[in-house]
Design a binder for this molecule. Structure first.
Ligand code: AP5
Length: 217
């Protein structure tokens, strides 16, 4: 299964990726997670990315495309993959298309998690993240264990540095201007299924499952 989770910051891509990884046995390729791991490791790439991430801006295309080209050659991608957070610009989509074509592969489905922009900032500014496993929570929409601990591993949750209200607003603006046009790229290829991302987490999961299974049938 080769899937792309597409949607604004806060639309629920990471939340649903958790379930999809287990359900279909495919790796999640989250460029945000890759960049945060580079930051934690203190690499040159991580330092460069931090300047953009902390302002809510996109990291330059050539850096991101290089990361993806390398990641797709790793053995766990042989059975399939699920992209989350890439592509985020039309040049990234075009480059990914060319890389996949070279490998004789293509997406089975693009799942567009549609949510009104004004709802997203509240989700992002309230999000809590587990620094150990990356799972995300929200005090109202997806509560963690008592004392703000991860339900899976008991680690104390943290707030991402780009989850302040101001940076979240900027990320949503950047999405609307630079990323939303990517949807037309995939619509032209007949790959997009719209998912109502304002439904409950369980309901979004059901909609995704239905879309993927209709495609596979
Ligand atoms: P990245 O890490 O990709 O962040 P993002 O796209 O901003 O996505 P998020 O992780 O914030 O949102 P999500 O949709 O996964 O939401 P979640 O499921 O957690 O990117 C970070 C930065 O890295 C970028 O700003 C950029 O600088 C850089 N970058 C990354 N990729 C790049 C690229 N390709 N090119 C250039 N730069 C790049 O859910 C959010 C909250 O809502 C949670 O609290 C959750 O519990 C809650 N929630 C989820 N679903 C629901 C629901 N159905 N109902 C109610 N609440 C819900």
């Amino acid at each position: 299964m080769k899937l792309l989770l597409f949607g604004a910051p806060g639309s629920g891509k990471g939340t649903q990726a958790e379930f999809l990884k287990a359900r279909y046995g495919i790796p999640q390729i989250s460029t945000g997670d890759i960049l945060r791991a580079e930051r934690r490791a203190g690499t040159e790439l991580g330092r460069r990315a931090q300047e953009y991430m902390d302002k809510g801006l996109l990291v330059p295309d050539e850096i991101m495309i290089g990361i993806i080209r390398k990641r797709l050659r790793e053995p766990d991608c042989e059975r399939g993959f699920m992209f989350d957070g890439f592509p985020r610009t039309v040049p990234q989509a075009e480059a990914l298309d060319a890389i996949l074509a070279e490998m004789g592969r293509r997406f089975d489905r693009v799942l567009y998690l549609k949510a009104p922009p004004e709802e997203l900032v509240a989700r992002l500014a309230g999000r809590l993240t587990c620094p150990a496993c990356g799972r995300t929570y929200h005090p109202v929409f997806n509560p963690p264990a008592a004392g703000n601990k991860c339900l899976l591993d008991g680690t104390e949750l943290v707030q991402r540095t780009d989850d302040t209200e101001e940076v979240a607003r900027e990320r949503v603006n950047v999405y609307l201007t630079e990323t939303l046009p990517v949807l037309d790229f995939y619509r032209a290829r007949g790959l997009v299924t719209e998912i109502d991302a304002m439904a409950s987490i369980e309901d979004v999961r059901t909609q995704i499952e239905r879309a993927v299974e209709e495609r596979a049938a």
